[in-house]
Design a protein around this ligand. Sequence first.
Ligand code: SF4
Ligand code: SF4
Ligand SMILES: [Zn+2]
Length: 264
Amino acid sequence: MPKIEFVSESENKIIFKLTDASYALANSIRRAMKSLVPVLAVDYVDFYVNSSNFYDEMIAHRLALLPIKTDLNRFNMREACSCEGVGCPNCQISFRLNVEGPKVVYARDFISDDPSIHFAYGDIPVLELFKGQQLMIEAVARLGTGKEHPKFQPVSACFYRIIPNIEINEKCDLCKNCISACPRNILEEKEGKIVAKNLENCSFCRECEKVCEAKAIRVIETNNFLFVVEGTGALPVKEVLTRAITILKEKAENFNKHLSEIDV
Ligand code: SF4
Ligand code: SF4
Ligand SMILES: [Zn+2]
């Protein structure tokens, strides 16, 4: 039975082991975290005044990439909202700005319609206005998923590696070539035997196998994985993981329901 065990966790980074899982399940969890858990991102910008050095498109692009603190209990996906996609306070939020130069405009300068929903990092600079320049805009954000556009991805890094098993058979003559060849310092001699430590750090480079003339060492793939996930700041990363698993469960149940309807 697949199991998750956390190695370390903070709001923006989690490291966990997924054990007894197929490659397909590990990859599904990775992909669901990247592309199925929705977050807010700026989707369009109304420019009332822009006398800065930047084209409207450049500013809109920068704003779309600023992570927004997202409360998934507060917003509906636009297509599932009672406004039927027109846009309303339940599915979108505005960030307003009216400033004049000289000034560096930071993410914190935008005034949100709801103070609890704001850009995750206020100290990100957006652009610099010089004397006599003005920017008056309204940026509108909505929920979306990474499947639709990378600006909606809740994670900036999301990867796993297989935690291998290392087997050493009786042909080993303790030449220690594998110990010196290992770039990750995984192998050591203990009580007359070669043993592996910190297997999570093994990069699967198989250098130890290559230098073993006695063909005594084998690096074996397992069904255990080490995940490293970093968030953008839009959602706590642990919430991204739990929501991704919930979404996968719903998809599997739906798939199962459809299969059970087939009459054979
Ligand atoms: S290289 Fe092979 S024979 Fe030499 S110590 Fe390692 S496992 Fe044993
Ligand atoms: S596969 Fe590479 S990293 Fe892993 S134990 Fe062998 S030499 Fe070290
Ligand atoms: Zn709506």
